[in-house]
Design a protein. Sequence first.
Length: 480
Amino acid sequence: GSAATDIPRNPAFSNLNADDISYFRTILGERNVVEDEDRLSAANVDWMRKYQGSSKLLLLPKSSQEVSKILHHCNSRKLAVVPQGGNTGLVGGSVPVHDEVIINLALMDKIVSLDKINGILVCEGGCILENLSSFLENEGFIMPLDLGAKGSCQIGGNISTNAGGLRFVRYGSLHGTILGLEVVLANGTILDMLGTLRKDNTGYDLKHLFIGSEGSLGIVTKVSILTPPKLMSMNLAFLACKDFTSCQKLLLEAKRALGGVLSAFEFMDSHSMDLVLSHLDGVRSPLPSSLYNFYILVETTGSDETYDKTKLEAFLLRSMEEGLILDGVVAQDINQSSSFWRIREGISEASVKVGAVYKYDLSLPIDQFYGIVEEMRNRLGEAAKVVGYGHLGDGNLHLNIMTTRYDSDILAQIEPYVYEWTSKHKGSISAEHGLGLMKANKIHYSKSPETVQLMVDIKKMLDPNLILNPYKVLPQSCFN
Ligand code: FAD
Ligand code: 2HG
Ligand code: ZN
C-alpha cells in the first residue's frame, strides 16, 4: 500500500458487535454474512492495490428487501457501510477506509424484463456488464456502454460512477440511457423510480442524483436502461498519426465523414502502446509501433455493410492523402478487431504492472488535451513513465504516471500541479471515474463553493448519519 489515508475514523460510528452479526445472519442466512479472512482481504483492497481498508464484514443480500433491512439496521446502529460492485473503480471509492461494512450485490444478478420492441432492459444492480451484453446480443440489442472492466464491473457500479467508456461518443451518458432506478436509501426506504418510459416530466427527475453519486446517497438495486439495437456491420481501423494536431483534425474529419456510423474514436500515444507491448503477454502491434507517435482506433457501426465500408474507406483514403494518417490497417475479422481492442483496453492492466500508478482522468478542451502529458513528462524526467490515452471523441484524457513504487516526492511533483492546470484550462478533474477517496478533497478544482455546499446539504438530508460510503466524494471538512 501507499496511498494510505490519514483520514481519522469518524468517532460517531459504532463498532460492529456480535449482536449485529447475528442479526445479519437472521436476515441474510449464514452463508451470505462473510467473515472469512481471504474473502475479506480481497474486498478490502482496490483493483490497483493502492487503497486498503480493514473491514471485518462483507454482506451479500439477495433482494432489495434484504438491502433495506441491512441499511435500516446500520443506520439505527450508526454502522458505516461501503457499497461495492465489481471493485474495479479507480479512485478508491469501492473499498472501506476503516472498518465499514461492505455490501455487495453480486447475488442480485437477475434480469427482470426486456421490452423487445423498445429495447428497454430492467435488471438487478448486481448484474455484470458483460453478462448483460451477452444476454442482449442474443436478443438483438447491445448495452449502450462498454468498458475494459466489463467482465467484473456491475451495472450498479457503472451507474454509481456514471461510467463513460468506449461507446460514449455514440450512445452518450448514462444520464441519457438510464430510464429508471430502484434505490435503497440510508434509512432503508426502498425508493421506486423504476420507470421504463422515454418521457416523464412529472416533478424533479431524482434518479439523476444517484447516477454518479458513488454510493454516497443510496444503493442502486434495480435499473431500467434503454439499449440500442445491435447493428450487424462493424468496422475497426487502427491508425497512426505523426502528431497530436493530426489526431485532432482526424476527429473532426471522422465526425464529418462518418457521421451517424462513428461508434468509437479512441486515442493512445506511443508510450501507452509501448507499455502494453512490454507488459501484456501475446499482444502485438498491428503496425510497426516504434515508428509513430500517436495511434487512433476508429470504429463504425451501421446497418449496411457495403455503404459503411465505402464510407470508411473514402475517409481513410482522404485522410492519408491529406497526411493526417501515416499508416493504418482495417481489421479483417472479429479476431483481428478484438486484438486491436485488446491493446487499447489493456493499458490500465499494463499500468498496474509497473509497480505504482498515479491515475488522472481529465476532461479537457481538445486544443489543450495533450499539453499536460508533455508537461508532466518534462517535469518528471527519468523519474517516471508518463502515458496519455483516452476517449478523444469525448475530450477525456487518461494521464497515467508510473513509478516502481509509491513515493511522496513524486506525488508532490504531480499534485496539485495537474489539478491546478486542469482547473486553469476549465477542464474537469474527473471525467468519468468519479472522486472516490482519491479526489474527495479536490472537488473545488471543478465545482464552485455554492455547488459543493448544496451537495453537502443533499447528502445530510438523505443520509443524516453519514453512514453511506463515508470519507468519499465530498471533503470530510464539510461535515465537521
Ligand atoms: P466498484 O468499483 O465496486 O464501485 C465503484 C463506486 O460505486 C464505489 O463508490 C461504490 O461504493 C459504488 N457502488 C458500486 N455498486 C453500487 C451500487 N449497487 N449502489 C451504489 N453504489 C455502488 N470507467 C469508465 O468510466 N470508463 C472506462 O472506460 C473504464 N474502463 C475501466 C477499465 C478497467 C480495466 C478498470 C479496472 C476500470 C475501468 N473504469 C472505467 C472504472 C470504472 O469506474 C469501473 O470499471 C466501473 O464503472 C465500476 O463498476 P464496479 O461494479 O466495479 O464498481
Ligand atoms: C480506460 O478508458 C479506463 O481505459 C481506465 O477508463 C483508464 O486506467 C485508466 O486510467
Ligand atoms: Zn476511460
